[in-house]
Design a protein around this ligand. Structure first.
Ligand code: NAD
Length: 438
């Protein structure tokens, strides 16, 4: 919330909501016709089984008190699905490996890395068998490893397609980091390879599994903001330091701020509305002479119009200090997450006109317990394999962002507004909403 908008509130009301239960039914819109669901014909998990029943306690507080969510319903270690982690970089070591400690259905069972010493050390830290450490050459031998059900690809963007295709051919389900790949053609190859191998493919759009984002989706779909008119989304951060890093190389990254962080804004406008844009215009800018931006762009702004009339204004940059937020402007109220795209510390605000004072706004913070987004996302993948369900963010979701990013670059290059065919229905590139695992 900006300083100026803070001053508009005559009263600050803090609401506390209970856990995630009410939010889990959000956006359960099914897959549209444009998506071909992967429906494996044989049982897909060797470890199988459904979740054990929830452990119940007698109530010790009033119904008006915050629901703690209850004790977790988790699978015992031997029945959890095994994940192979491919690429032991920052995200893998700082977020994903620790997140497994909060998973209920998944465990790390193999590592794939080009650095044998690092992989050995990480394997020791997480109790992964030494024989379950692979490199990029013998990666395909994962096919013979029954400890591994799912491969989680956390490599530079240009490598996502190759390791997805090889992983699917090795008979494993694939969870792949965003952006799905560098080109639309690569995304399609990944979808086709997984379909042909009868394996599931999920793109790791962590925000779509996160409680604040799910609550905002529900708020919008319930029309609690009235009719949504505009979404403003910004995601940017300084990128620099090592000029040799892959994010600054076009061949490895596919682009600059847009596929790396701008994709969060693009994806948010799509999952908040459930719609697909019908027009796109865009601008890019890179500071002349800045050695970071010889190959990839620094900043992008893009504007979209959606079939219902919602407008979106998005920005992303590798040049500005930091912004990771969105605000949704409805006819009756606005709702925002700021920060929205961070790993933790998300905050949700709703502001509407006071019913008793036409000069005043009622702003409420909607508070809910924080969950590890990565653990939720990983457990969703495991749940989809166990239940033989389509992931909420399948390959088709990543493909659609890739198509739109290509059009954003095209619009910026030509200076022309691009018109797209109208897609009817909501959430046409998404599988069923993730269920809440206690
Ligand atoms: P990183 O540079 O820290 O790690 C990349 C890993 O790939 C390293 O272990 C590196 O050794 C390995 N690698 C293999 N071949 C390589 C090559 N040719 N060049 C460079 N590295 C090579 O990157 P990261 O930040 O962990 O990002 C990895 C992926 O995760 C990217 O696709 C990125 O977009 C995604 N990511 C997602 C999130 C999220 O919140 N979901 C956050 C950060 C990164």
């Amino acid at each position: 919330m900006s300083e100026s908008s803070k001053g508009e509130f005559s009263r600050r009301q803090i609401l506390t909501t209970a856990g995630l239960g009410a939010v889990s039914a959000v956006a359960s819109g099914g897959m549209g016709e444009s998506v071909t669901a992967q429906q494996p014909s044989q049982p897909v998990t060797p470890r199988g089984g459904t979740l054990p029943p929830q452990i119940e306690f007698p109530p010790i507080s009033e119904k008006t008190e915050v629901d703690t969510g209850g004790p977790p319903t988790a699978l015992p270690p031997e029945r959890r699905l095994g994940f192979a982690i491919v690429g032991l970089g920052r995200l893998a070591l700082e977020e994903i490996m620790p997140a497994f400690a909060e998973c209920k259905l998944a465990k790390p069972t193999a590592l794939v890395s080009g650095d044998a010493a690092k992989a050995k050390q990480v394997a020791q830290q997480y109790g992964i068998k030494p024989q379950n450490v692979y490199n990029y050459q013998n990666y395909d031998n994962l096919r013979n490893n029954p400890d591994v059900d799912v491969i989680y690809i956390i490599l530079p963007n240009s490598m996502h397609a190759e390791y997805t295709v090889r992983g699917a051919k090795a008979g494993k389900h694939i969870l792949c980091e965003k952006p799905m790949a560098n080109t639309v053609e690569e995304c399609q190859e990944m979808i086709d390879a997984c379909k042909q191998a009868n394996r599931k493919l999920m793109i790791a759009y962590r925000c779509q599994y996160e409680p604040h984002h799910r609550a905002m989706i529900q708020t919008i779909r319930n029309k609690e903001l009235g009719t949504v008119k505009l979404i403003q989304a910004d995601n940017g951060q300084h990128q620099g330091g090592d000029l040799n890093q892959w994010r600054l190389k076009r061949a490895l990254a596919g682009g600059g701020s847009l596929p790396d962080v701008g994709i969060y804004c693009l994806n948010a406008t799509r999952y908040l509305t459930g719609e697909e844009p019908i027009t796109i215009s865009a601008q890019t800018f890179s500071t002349p002479g800045d050695p970071r931006f010889k190959e990839v762009e620094e900043s992008v702004t893009f504007q979209m119009r959606f079939p219902s009339g919602v407008l979106a204004i998005c920005s992303t940059s590798y040049g500005f200090h930091e912004a990771r937020r969105f605000r949704v402007f409805g006819s009756d109220a606005w709702g925002q997450l700021d920060p929205a795209f961070s790993y933790s510390g998300l905050r949700m605000m709703i502001s509407r006109k006071s019913p008793t004072n036409s000069m005043a706004e009622n702003a409420s913070e909607v508070r809910m317990s924080e969950k590890n987004q990565f653990a939720l996302e990983i457990d969703h993948m495991a749940d989809c394999v166990i239940q033989n369900k389509q992931p909420h963010t399948p390959g088709e979701e990543g493909l659609q962002d890739q198509k739109l990013m290509a059009l954003i670059y095209q619009a910026a290059q030509t200076g022309k507004t691009i018109t797209l065919p109208r897609v009817s229905g909501l959430d046409v590139t998404r599988g069923p909403a993730p269920r809440t695992l206690k």
